[in-house]
Design a protein around this ligand. Structure first.
Ligand SMILES: Nc1ncnc2c1ncn2[C@@H]1O[C@H](COP(=O)(O)OP(=O)(O)OP(=O)(O)O)[C@@H](O)[C@H]1O
Ligand SMILES: [Mg+2]
Length: 373
């Protein structure tokens, strides 16, 4: 149920990609859906509760990020497996949070790449072809307008018809090439939009802000998708019926998510009245609203009391069993060891080692890294 339709993503992106990229992507997507559709025991670890997975859904390759002279992430390479929980641990300053921010698109790497279902996330986060067209058209009109005014002004002041034509042509050509140069530079440096990554199915949780605390649980959930996807004002004005249908769809999904997280009894409660653990569940609920494939969690149980912790962890394990893939950064070793199918240990910006919780627990290098850090 959680598997998003790769064909939809394909269609949405096709316009902004070259033919070769699109071909390669189609191949990857076919491979992925083939793998996840077949429910065999292949790739299921003895510790994993899911019989899906084994395929890498996210690949991180040689990521590097520096802040001034500090190398925060130094060539990290690892994979997140589909329908598994991957724990990311390491001593203070190891680069976990930076890696997390690179994965979710909130930071751009100096070099290296994150691929989601075989496609570069920096490419997935670029504005759509439609946004590009709006920009290019607007710049064309601006440059054209400026060119015409300059030519007109030059013509008037010279009061010579032939002179005006020559000057006008000169300005026109100059402006055309200028506009092309600006456009090319813009296309190269197009800003990344993390929310577009969420549309493709890779999301991170956010704290419930003070503003959201003044809303009910249901309102928080209903805000989720529009938050992640960006409101479309055009639709609200011109297609009210479509908007109403969409709202009903979102409400239905919210009820589904509430049931999934066992929060139904709190539907109309103000988020501000929730306990720490319930609030964490609501944060999770907000990202589940967009029916993601990969969920990135930064310290999901921090500040949650022990009994609610159990509840929160059980929900995460259940979601994993339903096919959601997780990457979790967490300081609490017991939590990481209980939740993770695979643990990745970072130290000084690099992957020190990775393996099952049982193996990592015994690893001398890991013990040293923590004691040394
Ligand atoms: N915005 C920033 N500007 C400058 N240095 C930074 C920035 N963010 C992180 N760093 C540095 O990069 C290194 C890695 O930091 P990061 O926060 O990723 O580590 P971490 O593993 O999350 O640590 P912790 O366990 O303490 O949360 C540290 O030396 C940190 O001081
Ligand atoms: Mg951190």
């Amino acid at each position: 149920m959680t598997s998003r339709n790769p064909e939809l993503d394909e269609g949405a992106e096709a316009g902004s990609e070259t033919a070769t990229e699109a071909d390669a992507d189609a191949g990857d997507d076919a491979a992925v859906s083939g793998g996840s559709g077949v429910e065999t025991a292949t790739g299921a670890g003895p510790d994993g509760g899911s019989d899906r997975g084994g395929d890498a859904i996210v690949e991180v390759e040689e990521l590097r990020k520096t802040f001034g002279g500090i190398v925060a992430v130094d060539g990290a390479t690892f994979e997140l497996e589909e329908a598994k929980i991957t724990g990311l641990i390491g001593p203070n300053g190891a680069g976990k949070t930076t890696t997390f921010n690179l994965l979710s698109g909130f930071l751009q790497p100096d070099s290296g790449e994150v691929r989601f279902r075989g496609r570069s996330t920096s490419e997935l986060m670029r504005p759509s072809a439609a946004e590009d067209r709006v920009w290019v058209t607007a710049s064309g009109i601006t440059f054209g307008g400026v060119g015409a005014s300059l030519a007109g002004a030059a013509g008037a002041s010279l009061a010579l018809l032939g002179g005006a034509a020559v000057v006008g042509l000169g300005f026109g050509a100059g402006l055309y090439y200028g506009q092309r140069g600006v456009r090319e530079r813009y296309l190269e440096s197009r800003p990344q939009r993390p929310h577009r990554l969420a549309e493709h199915g890779m999301v991170r949780t956010f704290q419930i802000t003070r503003e959201l605390q003044e809303m009910t649980v249901m309102e928080n959930l209903m805000l989720g998708p529009s938050d992640q996807r960006g409101e479309n004002l055009f639709q609200t004005w011109f297609r009210p019926n479509a908007v109403a249908a969409q709202e009903q769809e979102i409400r239905d999904r919210a009820f589904e998510v509430l049931e999934l997280l066992e929060l139904s009894h709190l539907t109309n409660e103000y988020a501000g009245n929730l306990s720490g653990g319930q609030r964490k569940l609501l944060e999770l609920g907000r990202v589940l609203m967009v029916d993601p494939d990969v969920i990135l969690l930064d310290e999901p149980v921090a500040g949650v009391n022990p009994s609610l912790r159990e509840n929160l962890m059980d929900r995460i394990l259940e979601l994993r069993d339903q096919g959601y893939s997780f990457c979790i950064v967490e300081h609490d070793m017991d939590v990481i060891m209980r939740l993770s199918d695979t643990v990745i240990v970072m130290d000084q910006g690099q992957v020190l080692t990775e393996g099952s919780p049982e193996i990592i627990r015994e690893d001398e290098r890991v013990i040293d890294a923590y004691l040394g850090g």
